[in-house]
Design a protein around this ligand. Structure first.
Ligand code: G3H
Ligand code: 13P
Ligand code: ZN
Length: 330
């Protein structure tokens, strides 16, 4: 058993309290490889932002769970070397079983998500409670989820949103003991969050998606005031990346994300953790495609992964400074 405390990581409890009180959200960025991790840490150190490093089951399969854990441990030292000690959480994203959560807790994670959102309500409660009981023995914080996001989550695909039912939240958080709650108010995973038919066009002809259900968020906040709320599926799908990808041989159409102003607004409420993965994928792909197109003779991975890392860092700095408001809070 390795405790996250020995690795210099922190759980999310204090960070969420400060974020709710201060009207900002902590970035939860997914990573699968070294360049992503370097970009996340250097961006968050430079903007003095706390950060949640997220590892999905897919990331564990891709990169190897042991390597990822050592990389997170290395990230703590890397931040120190860069000259500023930001709080770093190592979080399991979309944990789907008690065993997986336990395994992560025992290998140094400081926070886990148990995603029982696809289960019948009582089963979600039973599973979440079991994870909370184990996690809290080790001072690890737990995120639960109520409501189903449309789109793809690992292997589960839901065609429509099932918005979180505000009348269930008090019962869910009290019976499970979770530390934070992921909700469904119109965000979804991936780079294709809305179809053009669901959007309207503004004066410049840009597709504008339907707004998030802030009415549901308000109802939830009324029932559990100050309780930490999490938003998954919060990439904004920056159109400059989509354009660059398509300009250099890619084929993305109708990629539409959550407008940044809406995330900014959410971050000022009890939403204290905002999950972003797809935007990073787009930034990296755009940068790599550009190098491949403009410098076809290049074959040193550092020559294309380096620019990709730079672009990612810019993206993450922008998120902490201009979207989540977490810059300067670390
Ligand atoms: O919510 C899912 C995250 O974007 C992780 O994606 O399962 O493809 O690693 P992944
Ligand atoms: P995006 O696909 O919108 O980046 O969401 C990521 C996420 O929710 C990870 O859990
Ligand atoms: Zn998610």
């Amino acid at each position: 058993m390795v405790s996250y405390k020995e690795l210099g990581l922190v759980n999310s409890r204090e960070l969420f309290k400060k974020a709710v009180d201060g009207g900002y959200a902590i970035p939860a960025f997914n990573f699968n490889n070294m360049e992503q991790l370097q970009a996340i840490i250097s961006a968050c150190v430079e903007t003095k932002s706390p950060v949640i490093l997220q590892v999905s089951s897919g990331a564990r399969k891709y990169a190897n769970q042991t390597l990822l854990r050592y990389m997170a441990q290395g990230a703590v030292q890397y931040a120190k070397e860069l000259g500023y000690e930001i709080p770093i959480v190592l979080h399991l994203d979309h944990g789907d079983s008690f065993e997986l959560c336990k395994d992560c807790i025992e290998s140094g994670f400081s926070s886990v998500m148990i995603d029982g959102s696809h289960l019948p309500y009582e089963e979600n409660i039973a599973l979440t409670k079991r994870v909370v009981e184990y996690a809290h023995q080790h001072d690890v914080t737990v995120e639960g989820e109520l409501g189903v996001l449309a789109g793809i989550e690992d292997d589960v695909e839901a065609e429509h949103h099932t918005y979180t039912e505000p009348d269930e939240v008090v019962d869910f958080v009290t019976r499970t003991g979770v530390d934070s709650l992921a909700i469904s108010i119109g965000t979804s995973h991936g780079a294709f969050k809305f179809t053009p038919e669901q959007c309207t066009r503004n004066e410049e002809g840009v597709l504008v998606p339907p707004p998030l259900r802030f009415d549901i968020l308000e109802e939830i906040e009324k029932r559990i005031p100050g309780f930490p709320i999490v938003l998954h599926g919060s990439s904004s799908v920056p159109q400059q990346y989509v354009k660059t990808i398509n300009q250099y041989g890619g084929k993305l159409s109708d990629s539409i994300g959550i407008p940044e102003e809406q995330l900014r607004k959410a971050a000022k409420s009890a939403v204290c953790k905002i999950n972003i993965d797809s935007d990073g994928r787009l930034a990296m792909t755009a940068a790599v495609r550009e190098v491949f197109a403009n410098k076809p003779a290049e074959f040193d991975p550092r020559k294309y992964l380096g620019p990709a890392r730079e672009e990612l860092k810019k993206l993450y700095m922008h998120k902490t400074e201009s979207v989540l408001g977490s810059a300067g809070k670390g």
